[in-house]
Write a protein that binds this ligand. Structure first.
Ligand code: C2O
Ligand code: CU
Ligand code: CU
Length: 487
């Protein structure tokens, strides 16, 4: 188990020694200007005494980090020469990339300057119920809310943030509200490797550049309701076909986030084998060599991209066809390969590739024999366990501290990516096949008519937590339930 209690008390000495310092950037010196949207300025309230920490890596002083984020309408150029009215965090799409460290105490001051209620949900983060930004805590237009949480040891990984007001999450995310959140470990074995964050989204636009929402009752509206909204314009960090520079021989660490409402990516860089080193909750134990990776909605991966191409050459980051649809509403062009970005080699001579660690970290296994309960969660079109979400109903109750096995069954002929708030899990098996290696996840795609078994420990934080399909239209239709963790 990760030791999730270590930092649950407020940092000692926090009151005596607080001197507020402002730092303009928190980029580690090696970072590749992250290619993502600008990194957020953070207010660091002085580091406090380092706690006794578990035997992992050098102690890093604890910090309290204060961040202010505003959601507001904005007008941006997304397509060349056209202005698009969006909703944006701090005026950008995607919102600023937030970089934090394990052990940080975080205070996010959220200002909602949208004409509608919203929230910021910290997707994948293990935090108190009131900080989850779920539909239980909407922030009114003109209102503010402080999200206060501490990043747990062992939680380093790639996360993201997005609004979660029921039932209008699709609309707000599609309008531009999403951003990356990186949590760093003090003992990251890949910390010397230059890094990029790639936030994937897709959208549809009118010829004038406006985000194109279908008229209600139109065929497109029906298709969107069924499949989830997909667009024909692929965006990486809010840009069409960005150029990603690389040098022959170089290795880059890419953190990729699927922020699309419904598009599932099957990522590949033809001519390159990829080293898959992590997913939702951070690094694997060992790298896995692959040719392609399926990235369902809200999932994240960490990849090592090795510059095996020749100086001056180019390669494409692509999304290969992936059939997640029922035949009746499968889009006519579903089997098109989509180009996402260009990998462009400099003309410099190849550099020597760095040595890569074979072992990345230990991930303790959650033990199925300690599970108190096995629950079945059945997903059908728009419903979970045969019901639409009702905020006033509790669908599942769990005792604080319990370990449980959840069997997620997809009863229908379309994939549904299952997500649980607040608690990361380990996948035990997919359709009867034992998961080949351990990882921490908070989203797992459940392909048509398949079953996934996962194990989860509810080690902290009583309250009400959502579980849902992360195709946003499905979630808004009520393909979501409420889990109550009780002391
Ligand atoms: Cu990423 Cu309930 O959401
Ligand atoms: Cu979530
Ligand atoms: Cu779904």
């Amino acid at each position: 188990m990760r030791d999730l209690r270590l930092f649950s008390a407020p940092p000692r000495d926090a009151s005596s020694a607080q001197v507020r310092t402002r730092v303009s950037r928190l980029l580690e010196p090696h970072a590749l200007a992250l290619c993502a949207a600008a990194v957020l300025s953070l207010g660091i309230v002085a580091a406090t005494v380092a706690p006794a920490r578990a035997a992992r890596g050098p102690a890093t002083p604890l910090r309290t980090v204060e961040i202010t984020i505003t959601a507001a309408p904005a007008r941006l150029t997304i397509l060349p020469g056209l202005a698009t009215d969006v909703y944006a965090y701090d005026g950008r799409v995607p919102g600023p990339t937030i970089e934090l460290r394990e052990g940080d105490s975080v205070i996010v001051h959220f200002r909602n300057e949208l004409p509608e209620a919203s929230t910021i949900h910290w997707h994948g983060i293990h935090l108190p119920f009131v900080a989850d930004g779920s539909p239980f805590h909407p922030v009114a237009p003109g209102g503010t809310h402080d999200y206060v949480f501490t990043l747990q040891p062992g939680s380093a990984g790639t996360y993201w943030y997005h609004p979660h007001p029921h039932p209008v999450t699709t609309h707000q995310v599609v309008k531009g509200l999403f951003g990356a959140l990186i949590v760093r470990a003090p003992d990251d074995p890949l910390s010397d490797i230059p890094e990029r964050v790639l936030v994937l989204s897709d959208n549809r636009f009118t010829s004038g550049g406006a985000i194109d929402f279908p008229a209600s009752g139109s065929l497109q509206a029906t298709m969107d309701a069924e499949n989830g909204r997909e667009g024909d314009v692929m965006l990486v960090n809010g840009q069409v076909m960005p150029v990603l520079p690389i040098r022959a021989g170089e290795v880059q660490r890419w953190r990729i986030i699927n922020a699309s409402a419904a598009r599932v990516y099957r990522l590949a860089i033809p001519g390159h084998r990829l080293l898959h080193v992590g997913d939702d909750g951070g690094l694997f134990e060992d790298p896995v060599e692959v040719d392609e990776i399926v990235l369902a909605n809200a999932e994240r991966v960490e990849l090592l991209v090795r510059g095996t191409g020749a100086p001056g050459s180019r390669a494409l980051l692509q999304s290969l066809p992936y059939d997640r649809y029922i035949p009746q509403t499968r889009p006519a062009d579903w089997n098109r390969t989509r180009d996402l970005a260009v990998l462009e080699y400099s003309t410099e001579p190849p550099r020597t590739a760095p040595a890569l660690p074979a072992r990345l970290r230990e991930i303790p296994a959650l033990d199925p024999t300690t599970a108190r309960e096995t629950r079945v969660v059945a997903m059908s079109q728009g419903m979970i366990n045969g019901r639409h979400m009702d905020m006033h109903r509790v669908d599942l109750q769990v005792k604080l501290g319990a370990t449980e096995i959840w069997q997620i069954e997809n009863l229908v002929g379309m994939d549904h990516p299952f997500h649980l708030h607040g608690f990361q899990f380990q996948v035990l098996e997919r359709d009867g096949v034992p998961e080949p290696f351990r990882s921490w996840k908070d989203v797992v795609n459940v392909p048509k008519h398949q079953t996934v078994r996962l194990i989860v420990r509810f080690d902290d934080f009583p309250g009400k937590w959502m579980f849902h399909c992360h195709i946003l239209d499905h979630e808004d239709q009520g393909m979501m339930g409420v889990l109550e963790v009780t002391p």
